[in-house]
Write a protein that binds this ligand. Structure first.
Ligand code: FAD
Ligand code: MG
Length: 303
């Protein structure tokens, strides 16, 4: 099957891109492996009109609205490879099907590499999160922790999270603030904890950070910013340049979501350093419109 645009990843960014293309009456197929980054969270916060909604409900509603357009298709399948160039991309899916497309929108997101501490992964999206704007308010001003997982960004995060409650920064052997940084942390009222974190223990009302030597620190919630990697090698297969960000590599895009590979656009968490549903939806809308306009204006001119 030959289509105008293949969207790889069908969550907030990908569905938003597809909506613009479907409304322009272009044939667009969204491929989705069904594992959005926030699937561990019961509620998504900060998206206008949907504050506190279940992520799965938001996506189901988006798929329902997209399905009303006759030129849009949604395929719940992973894309394994994509090759080719503008006007002639070839995709192969995990179920063996293949498809050709004139343009590609990459929206397959990233995968978080959580710190390997017993108990932490079980609380991811519950009492452990990476973004205080998303999940800070719900802790009601109670004691919070920040766990260093990825170098000096933890110092910045600790001072920021202090806006949402008293903060203990668990350095966990990852780094040691210099004198200036220690002074800044102190000025922001951040308590520093140097003992290794051995486990994160869930309780009825919060977490206990179990430390080497047997001590425990009680907190309502924990923030940590782990490294993230692209959830597919397709961007690199297509020759898209990557940028190294504070939390890992992301696909380089210009201000209209064009990657460095002609005919390939990128939107959402895989193409920006800091994640959010609102930003992924905005990126997707822009990538979809730009991909559409490239179909209109970037015609090959016969010699
Ligand atoms: P994703 O939502 O990650 O979707 C990518 C999709 O592509 C997935 O369905 C995936 O399975 C699919 N995919 C991957 N590889 C392939 C492939 N090869 N072929 C086909 N499909 C593929 N943001 C907020 O604004 N508010 C919040 O409250 C909030 N809470 C969060 C809580 C947690 C625990 C986490 C981890 C994140 C949270 N976020 C929140 C951030 C939010 O999840 C992301 O910003 C958002 O999901 C990005 O959307 P996306 O479409 O770029 O990627
Ligand atoms: Mg998406």
């Amino acid at each position: 099957m030959h289509i105008d645009v293949a969207v790889i990843g069908g969550s907030f960014a990908g569905l938003s891109a597809a909506l613009q293309l479907a409304r322009a009456r272009r044939s667009v197929t969204v491929f989705d492996a069904g594992e959005p980054r926030n699937r561990f969270a019961a509620a998504s916060h900060g998206f206008l009109t949907r504050d506190g909604a279940r992520p799965a409900d938001m996506l189901a509603e988006a798929r329902r609205q997209l399905a009303a357009y006759p030129t849009a298709r949604f395929e719940p399948v992973r894309v394994e490879t994509a090759t080719g160039n503008s006007d002639a991309f070839a995709l192969i899916c995990s179920d063996g099907r293949s498809m050709t497309a004139r343009r590609i929108v990459l929206a397959h997101g990233v995968i978080d590499s959580l710190p390997d501490i017993p108990g932490l992964a079980d609380e991811w999206g519950k009492r452990v999160a990476h973004c205080p704007y998303c999940h800070g308010y719900e802790f009601g001003g109670e004691a919070l922790g920040v766990l260093a997982a990825n170098g000096p960004v933890a110092l910045h995060q600790a001072m920021l999270v202090r806006e949402w409650g008293p903060v203990t920064l668990f350095l966990n052997g990852m780094l040691e603030p210099n004198a200036d940084e220690a002074k800044l942390l102190d000025a922001h009222g951040v308590t520093i904890e140097r003992a290794k974190v051995e486990a994160v223990v869930s309780g009825a009302n919060g977490l206990t950070m179990r430390l080497a030597g047997g001590r425990g620190v009680e907190i309502a919630g924990l923030f940590t910013q782990p490294r993230a990697r692209l959830s597919s090698a397709i961007a690199e297969l297509l020759g898209c340049a990557l940028t190294e960000g504070p939390f890992g590599p992301f696909v380089t895009v210009d201000d209209r979501k064009r990657t460095t590979a002609s005919g390939v656009f990128a939107a959402g968490d895989l193409a920006r350093p800091a994640p959010s549903v609102a930003l992924a939806v905005a990126d997707g809308a822009l990538a979809g419109a730009t991909a559409h306009q490239s179909l209109v204006f970037d015609q090959a001119v016969a010699a």
